[in-house]
Design a protein around this ligand. Sequence first.
Ligand SMILES: NC(=O)c1ccc[n+]([C@@H]2O[C@H](COP(=O)([O-])OP(=O)(O)OC[C@H]3O[C@@H](n4cnc5c(N)ncnc54)[C@H](O)[C@@H]3O)[C@@H](O)[C@H]2O)c1
Length: 457
Amino acid sequence: MLPPICVFQFGAPDTEVDTMAGKGGREDLLSRLKRKNFTAAVIGLGYVGLPLAMEYARAGVPVIGIDLDGDKIRMIRAGKSYIKDIPSASIRDALKAGLLRVTSDFSALAEADTVNICVPTPLNKTRDPDLSYVVNAAEQVAKYLHRDMLIVLESTTYPGTTEEILVPMFEEKGLKVGRDVFLAFSPERVDPGNARFTTRNIPKVVGGVTPKCTEMATALYTGVLEKVYPVTKARVAEMTKLLENTFRSVNIALVNEMAIMCNRMGIDVWEVIDAAKTKPFGFIPFYPGPGIGGHCIPLDPFYLSWKAKQFGLESRFIELAGVINRQMPHFVVEKVVEALNRFKKSVNGAKILILGVAYKKNIDDVRESPAIDIIDLLAKRGAKLSYCDPYVPVVVESGIQMKAETFSAAALRNADCVVVVTDHDRFNYGVIIRESKIIVDTRNALKGRNGSKIIKL
Ligand SMILES: NC(=O)c1ccc[n+]([C@@H]2O[C@H](COP(=O)([O-])OP(=O)(O)OC[C@H]3O[C@@H](n4cnc5c(N)ncnc54)[C@H](O)[C@@H]3O)[C@@H](O)[C@H]2O)c1
């Protein structure tokens, strides 16, 4: 059963488009969206796109998933999920019901009424936005663009992308955005590994290029997700996502800096945060850590600072937060040096076991993970490294190639220093304390178990 949905009322019908009947008497897109009588397409079936595609299928909307990665297509066709939050059984159910089709062939877009673009938006080597994936996907959409098609960009990007990059690409085809085709931006706010808030129940912000586009995109999500929050413009929706992620990046940087200060002053930062959060107003707890990771927080704010420069503005908070957060792996290395020092050992030649390489707990994503930087920094100092991570069997990142070791008492005993980088729930922390010689705990995973073996951040 679908959960209750929030329906937004719009004013008088837009005169730009005949809302009653489309060309040749065919029911127009808006009423088909409202009746869930349409075919959706999702381009990019990663952490964002696959969960969204599954929501369409769950709502009874036939969906075509398109990805360039042949392995992903083969796995889905075989009924196997590669995203931890998506059970294989729901993929198999959707395939069996004929509601999910996947392909690498973009000509399938000709059948689609709506397209969600969910491709990566990384930074290039000079930390500027790399929109090549978005542009490549949009070029394919442009090839198969047809009247009464709604396109929604979900990839995180700087304010103005939808209007400045996508509108010209589509209008070049002779179709007017807001009249013949519809275009909106809707940030994806999914938090992998979060069982409470998922694609379905995280409110969906949507902003169209025109009011009609906003109305169309709102209708699209209203039938599929629990709550939709329309805003007036695509660039408001683009900026919303950047505010959210910059807010996190800056607050994490602040608390990381606090951790470094507390450390120097001999104060337990974790105890300070626990005390501060008893204030019932005006304080939101953020926690220090070994550094930030994933495809969002370390990257997204720099989309904004890049754009701000075009307006003659320097986004100092963003830059400063980036500098502080990128320092944290170095701070962890200092703590490892401190730990080994207790045994009169040098990093050079020391056996160091890293616990957790994913960028956050209970997930398998190692993109931008601080664990990779920590491994790299320690390896450059001559340490002998190994790692355990129940979610990440191998690491092939930034020139590092490692295979996970099985988590065991022997592995812990064998290490000169154990470093908790990611506090997965599946680690047995009792065993870690019992068997390790010394532990650097970067996440306060050993909270409440103080002892001379534990060196906290
Ligand atoms: N991962 C997250 O937690 C998260 C959360 C919110 C927003 N986002 C944003 O969503 C976007 C997608 O992120 P993701 O984590 O899902 O990335 P991902 O790497 O997991 O998935 C992207 C997919 O797009 C495919 N792809 C790339 N170019 C393509 C093309 N031209 N045509 C078809 N497929 C193509 C890739 O093969 C890949 O499967 C990014 O902009 C990201 O910033 C991510």
